[in-house]
Design a protein around this ligand. Sequence first.
Ligand code: NCD
Length: 306
Amino acid sequence: MFKNRDIISMADFSREEIDHILDVAEMVEKNPTDYNNLLNNKIMALLFFEPSTRTRMSFESAMYRFGGKCIDLGPIDASSLKKGESFTDTIKVVSRYADLMVIRHPADGVARYVSEIVDIPIINGGDGTGQHPTQTLLDLFTLKKENKLERVNIGIVGDLKYSRTVHSLVYALTLYDVEMTFIYPPSLRLPDGIIEYLVKNKIKYKECNDIEEVIEDIDVLYVTRIQQERFPDVSEYYAVSDSYKITKNLLESKAKDDLILLHPLPKKNEIEKELDETHYAKYFLQVEYGIYVRMALLGLIMGAFE
Ligand code: NCD
């Protein structure tokens, strides 16, 4: 079902397919060292045209845990792109050095384009404000492990306009029995295309601008960083940069005691630091789960897992 498959957008996956990936991730999590030689002779190419810590390093770590190897285009200035080679030529060349490719790029749609011009499987590590499907799979894995993937109210807070992690997550959550509540400063609403998708598919959702109005009903709070680098005008960024902050006081006084806080990271000032050590915070656990989910994906795409 997954051999040689591209991972570009969550909209490409059925509920059954997503659940299968999560099941395989859970199998890997149980005995992660059972698969030391699974991808012994495989090579993964990493092409990151935007900064990354987690996505890049967790894919590398996942590949090494299977005995596979990684090659990395490195900074653009150190590649032949600097000499004027076209993006397309660079991609075609690298695709002949590796068995699969992970790409991150500032422009929406680039991962899809790359998947159309090469023969090896492509994993979208984030394309502009488009999608970030592997982050969504680890978000779903965390929800499943925390028993919060069915009959819960998931509040998604912050920069819903530019966060690609939110865009992929919303598509995926439409396949589950959850309520979605979108909480955002007025200028950072979800893109029209996603709202239209929700309406067309008769998915119920709530929207508000003030978290205090809805916090009592929320089971999962998915917090996002305001995506400063995507704003066409820096003054628009400063107009919203301090517009929300999740504090310990807010959660302790108003939220359900078993609310969980998720965040794709990196975080800036949107979550009060004091919350890191509380039972609400699950974002560092998400990071750990990212390894199992990416191991599952690599094993499935390379045909080593069924
Ligand atoms: C996110 C991204 O790159 O979209 N980071 C990640 O991969 N976990 C989120 C962000 O940058 O805010």
